[in-house]
Ligand binder design. Structure first.
Ligand code: UDP
Ligand code: MG
Length: 313
């Protein structure tokens, strides 16, 4: 059977959101009169979400559960959903109801007008700390400046993607995934739709600062050489300064001046360049680690049970 719409929701410890998520999504999708499926990816939940997802799948034929063998991370969970989706259009949505399912209708309208990627732009974000708002805003602007794909500002993964684009994205098997970048990279006809991001329906964010930083690094390294090139620029600046400084110091000495004499100047220079070199080395290490991960060629995720996929009609 083919379905018109696949809705993908990654789930990591969201037990109090799942039934409400199904209720809101089924209401919206049934109003379209088209066939649809809801792919719920359990990303190694430990709070009983897994049982809820499987129970929901037994009760409702539209629900397709993908149960991971452990926590593989949000982007990988969405990837598994994309891999196993069958719809002519695929919608990626968060399971915590921060992305209101009703907005899907706006996304579908644009898709029917011929757009192949319709991304939802957060015109307003309710119920988030100022820290998250400021860091997120800075991050989107930084990545816009330093990467060579133009990833739309203030856009998360909430979007509708046409089958053509999903197939291209599924052929991109990179391990450190930044899906919103990948969706921009492919091209095609894209457009944004504004929406108001709601507070979480229940539970806490699964993106603490550490994960946010790791995600930002994945976005930057995946789409830019800028951090690597920084070493080159620092090098050029240092050479330039020394080319000016050397004759200045020689002249000062010849004229009997005591300027720049002593350990402090030497120590500061050594510390500065020692630090700059270590940071550059760390940045190179970050890229090499990612190359190593790619070379190992492990699967992106492990499913506990393929039964639900094999059994679908
Ligand atoms: N999520 C996931 N695996 C993870 C972390 C998060 O599948 O390791 C899911 C989570 O259940 C939610 C979505 O990804 O549906 C977005 O996470 P969250 O709402 O915590 O992020 P925030 O909205 O706070 O940025
Ligand atoms: Mg959220």
């Amino acid at each position: 059977m083919t379905v018109k719409f696949s809705i993908i929701a990654p789930i990591y410890n969201e037990k109090d959101n799942i039934s409400e998520l199904y209720r809101r999504i089924s209401e919206v999708m049934n109003s379209t009169k088209a066939s649809w499926e809801l792919i719920l990816i359990d990303d190694g939940s430990l709070d009983g979400s897994t049982d809820q997802i499987t129970a929901l799948a037994i009760e409702h034929k539209e629900v397709v559960p993908l149960i991971f063998a452990r926590n593989f991370g949000h982007q990988i969970a969405v990837t598994a959903g994309l891999d196993n989706s069958r719809g002519e259009a695929v919608v990626v949505i968060d399971a915590d109801l921060q992305d209101p399912p009703e907005v899907i209708l706006d996304l579908i309208k644009k898709w029917e007008e011929g757009y192949e990627v319709v991304y939802a732009v957060r015109a307003e974000r309710k119920g988030e700390s100022w820290f998250k708002l400021v860091t997120a805003s800075l991050f989107y602007r930084l990545i816009y400046r330093i990467t060579n794909v133009k990833i739309p500002l203030d856009t998360g993964d909430f979007r509708l993607i046409d089958r053509k684009v999903v197939d291209v994205m599924n052929s991109m098997r990179e391990r450190h995934r930044f899906l919103r970048g990948m969706a921009s990279w492919v091209g095609f006809k894209q457009i944004g739709v504004n929406y108001v991001r709601e507070p979480r329906f229940a539970g806490e964010t699964k993106y603490p600062l550490k994960k946010m930083i790791a995600f930002a690094v994945t976005g930057i390294t995946g789409f830019s050489y800028f951090p690597l090139q920084m070493a080159t620029w620092i090098g050029f600046v240092a050479v330039l300064i020394s080319l000016i400084a050397i004759p200045v110091v020689i002249i000062e000495r010849l004229t009997g001046s005591q300027a720049f004499l002593g350990q402090a100047t030497t120590l500061i220079a050594v510390l500065f360049f020692g630090g700059a070199q270590l940071i550059s080395l760390g940045i190179i290490g970050e890229y090499i680690g990612r190359i190593y991960d790619e070379v190992k060629g492990r699967p992106l995720y492990v499913l506990r049970d393929k039964k639900y996929i094999n059994d679908r009609k």
